[in-house]
Design a protein around this ligand. Structure first.
Ligand code: PMP
Length: 424
């Protein structure tokens, strides 16, 4: 390269962190946590390798354990019919759609799944996306812009916040599930914005509680806003037949403008979707960047989700079993004096520890004792809200649940005693 003609180099006072990664403060913080764990002789709890499908049990680094760490709530990711559907789709259509739906990636099976999802959600239409994350980010980022307002629950998933930040609209969180505060905010500032989007979740993935859907719908109607509900953890788990929070509350789903879902949890596949009115979906399908400029969902993921959806419709007793198991986990945990936060009705049960390092130690010790439950630590949650999170599965046996809570309670009180002793 001839450098003689180039202008002088940038001044040397520009610090490393402005153009490299090793000095990036955010990255150094990540390394610091890993180093601390190393000093305590504990392995890094992230990117743990699992050897096969995960359901009520899993194989972690070659060891069979009771598993509370996957979203495969109904065990469908390893159901014979779901796997067979994926295999047949690969045989017939290959492993990729090799193009955007708009151009060359459209397949009949996409339309079939979209129509089944819309029927299941009792709305007019739906569209598949490459993931639930993409569905949230793309839809919010696309529908709102400068001059608009996004009011989201303070516990909303990261993809909702990313989408809101992308949109250019003003983003303002409201305190978790506090619809009165949401109403106050709208009363004060609704008139200052063009479009307003309220974003809530069917079941909150960190806390395991539900949004107050009837109140949110009333607020949406009175303040003339859009309402979006992310059903990632509630689809296939909430309501008698797994249709989610609208079924639980007996609300007409067309009163919610935008439904978001994922195929990666109860549906045992990969991918996401948006559901709602024909006009919403038609608009997004022709214009939303994350759909238009992204390859169509793979035939195998689409076929797996379609098979799973049909199985859920045919077997509502699985959902009843999931509810029973989730209640048993909550019941035993409470009796053992563990703090389960606001968890209710859902298969997500946090065990609040309140300290990131203690949470990681608890997760590691529990794993060594034969139970896999993953830590949620700062910055995913506030430091004082650091927790273990249990994802309950319809296939857990009562004995597996009892063993887990007994082990957890014993380890937790031992850790607390050691902590007090070292502090004293
Ligand atoms: N929303 C919530 C509440 C989630 O928990 C997740 C997954 N962790 C997503 C959206 C993203 O879904 P996906 O994995 O399909 O991208």
């Amino acid at each position: 390269l001839a450098t003689d003609d180039l202008r002088p180099t940038v001044p040397s006072e520009i610090p490393q962190e402005m153009f490299g990664f090793s000095a990036l403060p955010e990255y150094r913080q990540v390394r610091q946590m890993a180093d601390q764990l190393g000093e305590l002789g504990l392995p890094n709890p992230y990117f743990q390798v699992l050897d096969g499908p995960t359901s009520a049990t899993a194989s972690v680094e070659g060891k069979e354990v009771i598993n509370f760490a996957g979203y495969n709530y109904l065990g469908l990711a390893e159901h014979a019919e779901v796997k067979q559907a994926a295999i047949e789709a690969i045989h017939k259509q290959g492993t990729s759609t090799s193009g955007s739906r708009l151009i060359s990636g459209e397949r009949e099976i996409h339309r079939e799944l979209e129509s089944e999802l819309a029927k299941f959600m009792r709305v007019e239409s739906s569209m598949l996306m490459s993931g639930g994350h993409a569905a949230n980010e793309t839809t919010i980022g696309h529908l709102l812009r400068t001059g608009d307002l996004i009011l989201h629950d303070s516990m909303a998933h990261s993809s909702i916040i990313t989408g809101a930040n992308l949109s250019g609209a003003r983003r303002r969180p409201y305190p978790h599930n506090d619809w009165r505060e949401l109403d106050e905010i709208l009363h004060d500032i609704r008139k200052d914005y063009r479009r307003v989007l309220i974003v809530a979740e069917g079941v909150y993935g960190m806390e395991g509680d539900m949004c107050p859907l009837p109140e949110l719908v009333e607020i949406r109607n009175r303040h003339k806003t859009w309402l979006m509900v992310n059903e990632a953890h509630s689809l296939g788990t909430i309501g008698k037949t797994g249709r989610g929070v609208h079924e639980h509350f007996g609300i007409d789903p067309s009163e919610i403008d935008i439904w978001i879902g994922t195929l990666s949890k109860a549906l045992g596949s990969s991918g996401g979707f948006v559901a709602g009115s024909h006009d919403l979906i038609d608009y997004l399908k022709h214009t939303a960047s994350g759909f238009v400029y992204s390859a169509g969902l793979s035939p195998s993921s689409t076929a797996a989700a379609l098979a799973a959806l049909k199985l859920i419709e045919a077997n509502p007793e699985w959902i009843a079993k999931l509810h029973q198991n989730s209640e048993l986990v909550r019941d035993l945990a409470k009796k053992a004096g563990l703090n389960i936060g606001g968890s209710e009705l859902s298969p997500v049960v946090p065990i609040i520890v309140g300290d990131s390092m203690m949470t990681m130690i608890l997760a590691q010790k529990l794993l060594a004792d034969g139970v896999n439950a993953r830590p949620l630590t700062y910055p995913a949650v506030e430091e004082s809200a650091a927790r273990l999170r249990l994802f309950v599965n319809a296939h857990h046996t009562k004995d597996q649940i009892r063993q887990t809570i007994n082990k957890l309670a014993a380890l937790w009180s031992k850790l607390q005693r050691e902590n007090h002793a070292s502090a004293g």
